[in-house]
Design a protein around this ligand. Structure first.
Ligand SMILES: Nc1nc2c(ncn2[C@@H]2O[C@H](COP(=O)(O)OP(=O)(O)OP(=O)(O)O)[C@@H](O)[C@H]2O)c(=O)[nH]1
Ligand SMILES: [Mg+2]
Length: 329
């Protein structure tokens, strides 16, 4: 126990004995963290309280869940798709999101820094993907709402910590906890029938901190230790290594085509495409543009890099990535 704790610390700590509900405990832990001076010698103490908060929150959620409805944390979807981050404490989930999106995300060198889900937009070429930063998951601790959030998301970005001696064990913990709630993480090429959407999630694994000593060896070992069909990429939020490949892989999880809408008589603007599920037709695009369009659609014209130059197509023509489409009503 570090020696230089202020007197308030001990006063607040004494209140813990009287705390009954998880929320009362959480409030006290928060106040303790607030009065602990932050420096190397107190890192472990702060981390311990953060872990206790996570546990107390889980207990609170459980009580609430049995009392009425399970607690939820909904993040409204935005952009080409929603990808939720998942991983053990301190793996660098927030750091990666910060590096991929340029947003001001809280990062710290102790576990349980992120406490609530938060969405950020990752630019990818002409479109954007929504990434959700989340609190960590371990074999013992998982926020009750977390599996529901994964079920609603389009895909998962699993983050591993190559600097941790038990990288594979940590990831197994995350996958086991999700599996207990019927969610399986699967590879990018898995076809998911609509009724299985909540339960199978296409996943890429970002093996982070590849800049640290021995990390490349840890990455290779991971290939042997971790069964799992998903793509694995060695990356570093700190040095930027592998981030372009990761960006592309994350976009690839969504399996969407980007389609640009063109107004007849005007030049196509290659910005703000519609992101449509692979296999979508001209009619699907019309629905995405406006209900009126889908009702009145006669035909469309398509331009693309593969050589179509204003070709007239009918409503069930399947669109390709980066097609430019002119809808005619
Ligand atoms: N060397 C190195 N350190 C990194 C890298 N990415 C993150 N870190 C460090 O790892 C620590 C944890 O980073 P965070 O981004 O807060 O990790 P997190 O997974 O969001 O942690 P929780 O929110 O607690 O679950 C910080 O000290 C980061 O600076 C990396 O690529 N290389
Ligand atoms: Mg975090």
């Amino acid at each position: 126990m570090p020696a230089n704790l202020p007197p308030e610390y001990h006063k607040i700590e004494a209140e813990l004995r009287a705390a009954r509900t998880p929320q009362e405990k959480i409030d006290i832990y928060e106040r303790l963290i607030a009065v602990i001076p932050h420096h190397k010698g107190t890192d472990k103490l702060i981390a311990m309280y953060r872990q206790k908060i996570a546990k107390a929150r889980e207990e609170g959620d459980r009580r609430q869940a049995t009392a009425k409805h399970p607690p939820t944390q909904k993040v409204e979807k935005s952009g080409a798709g929603q990808v939720v981050c998942a991983g053990p404490p301190n793996a660098g989930k927030s750091s990666l999101i910060k590096a991929l999106t340029g947003a001001d995300v809280e990062v710290a060198d102790y576990p349980f820094t992120t406490r609530l889900p938060a969405p950020y937009m990752m630019p990818f070429e002409t479109t954007q993907v929504q990434l959700i930063d989340t609190p960590p998951v371990t074999g013992e601790i998982m926020e009750t709402w977390f599996p529901e959030m994964v079920k609603m998301a389009d895909a998962v970005l699993l983050v591993a910590d190559l600097a941790d001696p038990d990288t594979a064990g940590q990831l197994d913990g995350v996958r086991r906890r999700l599996r207990e709630r019927k969610v399986d993480l699967v590879g990018t090429e898995t076809d998911i029938p609509p009724e299985r959407f909540p339960f199978l999630k296409r996943t890429v694994l970002a093996a982070n901190k590849v800049d640290t000593e021995g990390a490349m060896k840890a990455f290779e070992d991971l290939g042997v230790l971790l069964e799992g069909p998903f793509e694995r990429l060695p990356v570093s939020a700190a040095s930027g290594r592998g981030l372009e490949a990761l960006r592309r892989a994350v976009f690839g999880l969504l399996r969407v085509v980007r389609v640009y809408s063109k107004i007849p008589g005007k030049k196509a603007e290659m910005v703000s495409p519609f992101a449509l599920k692979r296999g979508s037709t001209v009619m699907d695009m019309a629905k995405a543009v406006h209900k009126d369009f889908s009702e009145k659609l006669q035909y469309a014209r398509v331009w693309n890099a593969a050589g179509l130059d204003g070709l007239r197509v009918n409503r069930d023509h399947v669109l390709a990535d980066e097609d430019v489409v002119e809808l005619h009503i």
